[in-house]
Write a protein that binds this ligand. Structure first.
Ligand code: MN
Length: 508
């Protein structure tokens, strides 16, 4: 098994556009790979087509999880088999691959015995991938009629592809360097006690090493949020600590997106302002993006929270509220979510808002469309519906806006006494607005887990759909001081919005 010095192999069952099995051998520090549509087998009479594909980084060897839709290989992956292998009749397997014939003995949990890979004859057009044949020798491990699909579970987790997709542990970012491509989707372990102590030991200012970066922190004892229910105000030190603790959880919702910062450097009870441009004094390591479509006078360089320390930097910069764009920087005109914003008016009670939220829940269920809800941290509820990001069925902003408008208007028609479609706040008569207009480039809703500028620093907390029926639910009921605890207990309830393989069903 891995670690005993022998080279390793893995077979991953990969549901991408088509189901296939990836057979990978560790050779000279990379994974030399074939995609086998019908999978490897112990059946000595089977001849399986195997497409020679790109070498993969060694870090991918035990990857099991999801690859975002729209990225290379988007889908789900399990470690179907893993073990060690030895080349047969050669001690230069790289040369054997180049020569078009590789014989190996494999020592896996499912696969045992001798496999042969042979390149098929005939000219290979440049750009085409080489077609090979995979077969199992008739040896003592051969089993007539053996079918990999009869053995569908992961050898590391015991789970099927379906089970991993429903609740993945990891996500693979093929656009990141291999060492950082595997992203842990489980709630972050509480920050190390050492890091917390070091933050508490700083005076009003100092240098803190967190998430691998040295950050210069200032005004740590400044109260930023008024206290709530007789509690002391929430200080900047607490905001910085929260940002550091929640960063690994919130990162998937911020990564690859421009961040609009809502700053309140003098505290949440003083006027705040939008700060979009990354300031000139920002440290060089901060990930950033230049908007090529910025008009003159418009912000051009944005912060992109691609690593946890960048969020800590933003918190120290006085960004109490985090608003990531709905589109990715690589394709800013393409939304990744359709956003439903249930915005209460002055006369809208919390019960009224719950009625509207439950009607949206029912409508989405009826349509068979997945969406996740979160409380806004103020008085509202928002629903994020992930959409396909590339290719056929990937909507533009006009389409998500029109879809949400139709959805919300059909809900509003059920309870016309609760909803106004007037734009001006004054002309809404205190009624709720179902706001579909945020579905536009560079319009944002507050990010999940972001604090809001209000007493006690309530955060915009993801909720399960069932919690809409919990009488203790409050839109601002998750203060920063206990938010991490809830996430550790409940997990990240928002994660399903990261699966973008969804087409919006037309509403009729
Ligand atoms: Mn694959």
């Amino acid at each position: 098994m891995p670690g005993d010095g022998r080279a390793r192999f893995v077979v991953q069952r990969h549901r991408a556009r088509r189901l296939h099995y990836d057979l990978r051998f560790e050779i000279d520090g990379v994974l030399v790979s074939w995609a086998v549509p019908r999978g490897p087998t112990l059946d000595p009479s089977a001849r399986r087509m195997a497409v020679h594909v790109e070498d993969h980084p060694i870090e991918y060897l035990d990857f099991e999880g999801v690859i975002p839709a729209g990225e290379y290989g988007g889908g789900d992956v399990i470690v179907w088999d893993i073990g060690t292998w030895e080349p047969h009749a050669t001690d230069d397997p790289a040369a054997a691959v180049a020569g078009g014939e590789l014989h190996v003995d494999v020592f896996g949990e499912k696969l045992r015995g001798r496999l042969v890979l042979v390149r098929r004859g005939g000219p290979v057009r440049s750009g085409d991938r080489e077609q090979w044949l995979l077969l199992h020798k008739k040896d003592e491990h051969a089993v007539d009629g053996w079918d990999p699909e009869d053995h569908p579970r992961s050898v590391v987790s015991g789970r099927t592809n379906e089970e991993v997709r429903a609740d993945p542990d990891k996500l693979w970012r093929s656009d990141a360097p291999a060492a950082r491509a595997s992203v842990d989707l489980r709630p972050a372990a509480p920050l190390g006690a050492d890091a917390l102590l070091a933050l508490d030991d700083l005076g009003a200012a100092g240098t803190w090493v967190v998430h691998g970066r040295e950050l210069r922190l200032t005004n740590l004892d400044r109260p930023l949020f008024p206290g709530r229910d007789g509690q002391p105000p929430v200080t900047k030190r607490e905001l910085v600590r929260y940002a550091a603790a929640i960063a690994p959880v919130v990162l998937p919702y911020l990564r690859g997106r421009a961040l609009n910062m809502h700053r309140f450097p003098n505290g949440a009870d003083k006027p705040g302002f939008w700060h979009k441009a990354l300031p000139g004094h920002a440290p060089d390591w901060l990930p950033r993006w230049d908007n090529p479509e910025a008009d003159r006078g418009e912000s051009r360089t944005y912060l992109v929270v691609d690593e946890p320390a960048a969020l800590v930097w933003a918190a120290n910069f006085g960004a109490l509220e985090w608003h990531a764009w709905t589109s990715l920087t690589q394709d800013q005109r393409r939304p990744t979510y359709a956003l439903v914003d249930l915005d209460p008016g002055e006369r809208t009670s919390w019960d009224d808002l719950l009625v509207l939220a439950r009607l949206h829940r029912t409508a989405l269920e009826h349509l068979g469309v997945r969406g996740q809800a979160k409380v806004s941290g103020r008085r509202g509820i928002q629903i994020w519906v992930p959409v396909r990001r590339t290719g056929r069925g990937a909507p533009d902003f006009a389409e998500t806006r029109a879809w949400v408008e139709r959805l919300s208007k059909s809900v509003g028609a059920v309870v016309p006494e609760l909803v106004s479609w007037k734009w001006g706040k004054g002309s809404r008569g205190g009624l709720a607005r179902l706001d579909y207009t945020q579905n536009a480039v560079n319009k944002t809703l507050v990010a999940p887990y972001s604090p809001r500028p209000a007493p006690g620093a309530p955060v915009s907390m993801p909720i399960s759909w069932a919690e809409l029926d919990d009488p203790s639910l409050r839109p601002d009921g998750f203060p920063l001081r206990t938010a991490v605890e809830r996430v550790v207990e409940r997990g990240d309830l928002f994660r399903p919005v990261l699966d973008h393989d969804q087409e919006l069903r037309p509403l009729t």
